[in-house]
Design a protein around this ligand. Structure first.
Ligand code: ATP
Length: 199
């Protein structure tokens, strides 16, 4: 039986860091962010649909969709955001399920669904268990400011626009406390995977 692990966190909580640990353990990771970029590439079904809805203005010189422009359009317009989600989300879901099916067919011990906004996107039913990467807000703020070279105000705005990590803790099956060192988080991950009979 392949254990399907939903991996989530909040902005700069350390999800990518933990995702890399899974890859090091040779556990396949399905990356929702990566897939959401791939499904809008030239020639993919979502590509044409987005241009029909948003117009030629979002096409760049090389023919690809200007994701930054799209981002700023939907940031200001809730209807447009819903419209884009209606195109992109089903395509992402379909591809994630395809890759998940391939991992199960391959008899992998586990497969990771790396989904930043797992709870918000209501995709929890795709996973057997949910693993949350948690940090306290003060550390989250410090790491986000350092990583993205943001002022305290800008970093706080981004953190506050998401569901607080504290509220995600009771919704998860297991939590990695990433307030400490990377090796402490790696140790916690391995212990959890042993409990789940994956290692
Ligand atoms: N335990 C740790 N100790 C010190 N720095 C860490 C630790 N874990 C992660 N970091 C650093 O904190 C920043 C955020 O981590 P990471 O990019 O893994 O978060 P994320 O949850 O994937 O973020 P996002 O979803 O915003 O991309 C990175 O610069 C990373 O190197």
């Amino acid at each position: 039986m392949t254990l399907v692990i939903g991996l989530t966190g909040g902005i700069a909580s350390g999800k990518s860091t933990v995702s890399a640990m899974f890859q090091k353990l040779e556990i396949p990771v399905i990356d929702a962010d990566l897939i959401s970029r791939e499904v809008v590439e030239i020639g993919k079904p979502a590509y044409e649909q987005i241009i029909s809805s948003f117009g030629d203005g979002i096409i760049q010189r090389d023919g690809s969709i200007n994701r930054e422009l799209l981002g700023s359009i939907i940031f200001k317009d809730e209807n447009k955001r819903l419209q884009l989600n209606q195109i992109v989300h089903p395509a992402v879901r379909e591809e994630m399920l395809r890759q998940k099916g391939a991992a199960i067919k391959n008899k992998e011990a586990a497969v990771v669904l790396d989904i930043p906004l797992l709870f918000e996107s209501k995709l929890t039913s795709f996973a057997d268990v949910i693993l949350l990467v948690y940090v306290d807000e003060a550390i989250q703020l410090k790491r986000l400011m350092n990583r993205n070279h943001l002022s305290k105000e800008d970093a706080l705005l981004r953190i506050k626009s998401q569901m607080p990590l504290k509220e995600k803790v009771p919704l998860a099956d297991a939590v990695i406390d990433n307030n400490g060192t990377i090796s402490s988080s790696e140790k916690q991950l391995k212990e959890q995977l042993i409990k789940w009979n994956v290692l």
